[in-house]
Design a protein around this ligand. Structure first.
Ligand code: SF4
Ligand code: SF4
Length: 176
């Protein structure tokens, strides 16, 4: 088993400070536009705001793992007297809703912590400090890496078919 270190990046969310301005959605979608910053469509954002101003509910949620099947049991949360909808805290790109899917292709979206940026842009743009970036190092086990690769490949196989995926990988390996 490998003792390689991995950097764990976390964004802490302080719901009391979020006012639902949606600056985080705007900068995320602009950063991930092609070419970069060429457009601004919150549907492409890897962070989505759940806003219910009448109930004073402002909940930023980050896109996490893709899941091929929706879950059968769902939870409702009552926190500090505020009721959050079923699926509100779920980060998955899932068949039961439109959240965290690229609007043109339908491919799952996942927060990538802004790749090469020194700090996630949504954190930088949140002037209310509702998003706080933290970093730490942890030992990485080989199985975890394997699991991440399998999840990514499964999403592509579900979208394009296993045969297409296998052909493409075979073509790519010949080019190397
Ligand atoms: S930028 Fe900050 S305050 Fe504005 S919606 Fe996003 S998390 Fe909330
Ligand atoms: S960290 Fe970057 S990719 Fe992730 S939600 Fe924030 S702006 Fe988007």
């Amino acid at each position: 088993m490998s003792n390689e270190k991995k950097k764990v990046k976390t964004i802490k969310i302080d719901l009391d400070k979020c006012n639902g301005c949606r600056a985080c959605e705007m900068i995320c979608s602009a950063y991930h536009a092609t070419p970069r910053y060429s457009s601004n469509n919150p549907a492409r954002s890897r962070i989505r705001m759940i806003r219910k101003p009448l109930q004073d509910v402002y909940l930023p949620v980050y896109a996490g793992e893709y899941t091929a099947a929706e879950c059968m049991g769902r939870d409702k949360y009552l926190i500090d007297g505020k009721e959050y909808d079923e699926c509100a805290f779920c980060r998955a790109s899932c068949p039961s809703r439109d959240a965290f899917k690229e609007p043109d292709s339908g491919l799952p979206l996942k927060c990538d912590m802004c790749e090469d940026e020194d700090e996630p842009l949504c954190v930088k743009w949140c002037i209310n400090d509702a998003l706080v970036y933290e970093e730490r190092e942890e030992d990485m086990e080989e199985e975890v890496v394997q699991e991440e690769i399998e999840t990514g490949l499964k999403a592509l196989a579900d979208k394009y078919g296993l045969d297409n995926l296998v052909d493409t990988i075979a073509r790519m390996s010949k080019k190397e």
